[in-house]
Design a protein around this ligand. Structure first.
Ligand code: AMP
Ligand code: ZN
Length: 493
């Protein structure tokens, strides 16, 4: 029996606004699509949070025994400034400013993205497709949407006809926006556009001569609209209808609303059964964003090389900090919060060390490890409630420390179960890694200090052969001992 048969998950579905029992289309299989980064600059810690939320979800599904096809794309074309249909392509703009090929920009920031994900112990997705690798698919979809009467050509560009679509569908079904309000709000922004109506969005844009990212199409030289790539890639790898679509909350409108409209206008199916939106990481109460500069980069948090932090933090401490909040809650980043997480994380790691040295007893305890394990699963089954899971883990930490102090006991079978369960939840599901907050240079100093006291001990016993051996062998690996009035000190070559 697979674990998923025992553990029924509830997922908060953004499109219904309710927690719903999760039922995949094909039993035992899950299709998961998450919008990936636009690779025109370094990802900031806010981006990392969204991807980490879905990494945790992916890890839990896998733990339960589901076969998951997790598709997370790379946006390497079509995402314009301000998420609007006007303005420069973000990647093309960076290429122009840096005098690089657009694909050089894409390569630099894709490599950076992958390095960061490795540092934070992410599992790779099953497929990581790119927008530029799916231009042909996007063109085919546009042709069919035009044939179905939901898109029109204007001056070499193709626009989605929102009003026409809304006659037989509900544009706003995900975001709750009302078409009348959209018409009212967008009218003022509409400049020299070729659109019939200002709320229409581009499926294909004609490339002006200065636009360097360009492809041939039946409508002339151009480039695809941002929303269409996700429809093309999710459908290609997961089908016209799939289980879960995720992304940051800020993508709900217009990006995901447009994805639904495109899919329905194309094949007349609701593309996604469960929409999941991860909430924002804030800094000083404001959303972290590339455009405003209100952000912190992963490299800064690891090195501590920023005026926003008193020191650097390890990737697992950052991960622990993020997992302490529910993925649907706003999380505010601060030095104090990180310091508190570091303390908690260290307490957890210390308890794991203690646990490995505990011995079982015959006396029974009032701490029921099986019931506790069930509460850990209950937390995760309730819309991936990692803060509750962590609270459960800390009740086990308290128990472990009681056993150590001799105020509680554990039998052999419970001890085995406790070790196995903690291991699974802490390392496999939360993705934390056993690291000490002590730096390796601190560890070196402690080790040499230990050898110095062993040498002193040997000298006091007149075992000069051993004391000389310690000094000489340390010298061979480049560590010099110096005997002085204040005792022995050392230097490293
Ligand atoms: P982008 O590269 O801008 O398309 O963003 C990549 C992902 O990061 C998207 O899912 C965004 O919703 C998400 N994101 C952007 N800013 C934040 C933030 N401050 N906190 C959490 N997620 C964010
Ligand atoms: Zn997307």
């Amino acid at each position: 029996m697979k674990l998923f048969e025992e553990h029924k998950i509830k997922i908060y579905n953004s499109i219904t606004g309710k927690k719903e029992a999760f039922k995949p289309i094909n039993e035992g299989h899950i299709g998961l699509y998450v919008c990936g980064p636009t690779v025109y600059s370094n990802v900031h810690l806010g981006n990392v949070r969204t991807f980490m939320s879905f990494d945790m979800i992916f890890r839990y599904f896998k733990h339960l025994g589901y076969k998951v096809r997790y598709v997370r794309n790379i946006t390497d074309a079509g995402h314009l400034e301000n998420d609007e249909d006007q303005g420069e392509d973000r990647i093309a703009k960076k290429a122009r400013l840096e005098q690089l090929e657009p694909m050089e920009v894409v390569q630099i920031y894709t490599v950076d993205f992958h390095n960061i994900l490795n540092t934070f112990n992410f599992l790779p997705p099953s497929i990581e497709p790119t927008a530029t690798g799916h231009i042909v698919e996007q063109i085919e979809i546009i042709k069919e949407i035009i044939d179905n009467g939901f898109a029109y050509e204007a001056n070499g560009s193709i626009y989605f006809d929102v009003i026409k679509y809304n006659e037989s569908n509900n544009y706003g079904v995900l975001s709750g926006r009302k078409i009348e309000d959209l018409i009212h709000n967008t009218r003022a922004l509409d400049g020299q556009s070729d659109k019939k109506n200002p709320q229409d969005f581009a499926l294909w844009k004609k490339a002006e001569p200065q636009h360097i990212m360009r492809w041939p199409s039946p409508w002339g030289i151009g480039f695809p609209g941002w929303h269409l790539e996700c429809t093309a890639m999710s459908t290609k790898y997961l089908g016209e209808q799939f289980d879960i679509h995720g992304g940051g909350l800020d993508l709900k409108f217009p990006h995901h609303e447009c994805e639904i409209a495109q899919a329905k206008a194309w094949h007349n199916h609701n593309p996604v059964n469960y929409w999941m939106h991860a909430n924002m990481l804030t800094l000083n109460g404001q959303k972290m964003a590339k455009s405003t500069g209100n952000n912190i980069l992963p490299a800064e948090i690891l090195s501590g090389d920023t005026d926003k932090l008193s020191k650097g933090f390890s990737p697992s401490v950052v991960r622990f900090f993020m997992m302490q909040a529910h993925y649907r809650s706003i999380l505010d980043f601060s030095n104090d919060a990180l310091l508190a997480s570091e303390k908690g994380f260290q307490k957890l790691m210390d308890a794991l060390d203690t646990l490995s040295s505990l011995s079982a007893s015959e006396v029974s305890s009032d701490f029921d490890v099986s019931a506790w394990k069930q509460s850990c699963y209950n937390a995760m089954n309730d819309d991936f409630n990692t803060p509750i899971l962590i609270a459960e883990i800390f009740s086990a930490v308290k128990y472990v420390n009681q056993i150590k102090d001799g105020t509680n006991t554990i039998d052999a079978e419970s001890l085995k179960l406790l070790i196995k369960t903690l291991d699974a939840f802490i390392f496999d599901l939360l993705g934390l890694q056993k690291t000490s907050t002590e730096s390796s240079s601190d560890k070196l100093a402690d080790t040499v200090q230990l050898l110095i006291s062993m040498r002193n001990e040997a000298r006091s016993q007149k075992n000069f052969a051993l004391s000389d051996q310690i000094r000489d062998q340390l010298a061979e690996i480049g560590i010099q001992l110096k005997d002085g009035k204040e005792g022995t000190t050392f230097s490293v070559e």
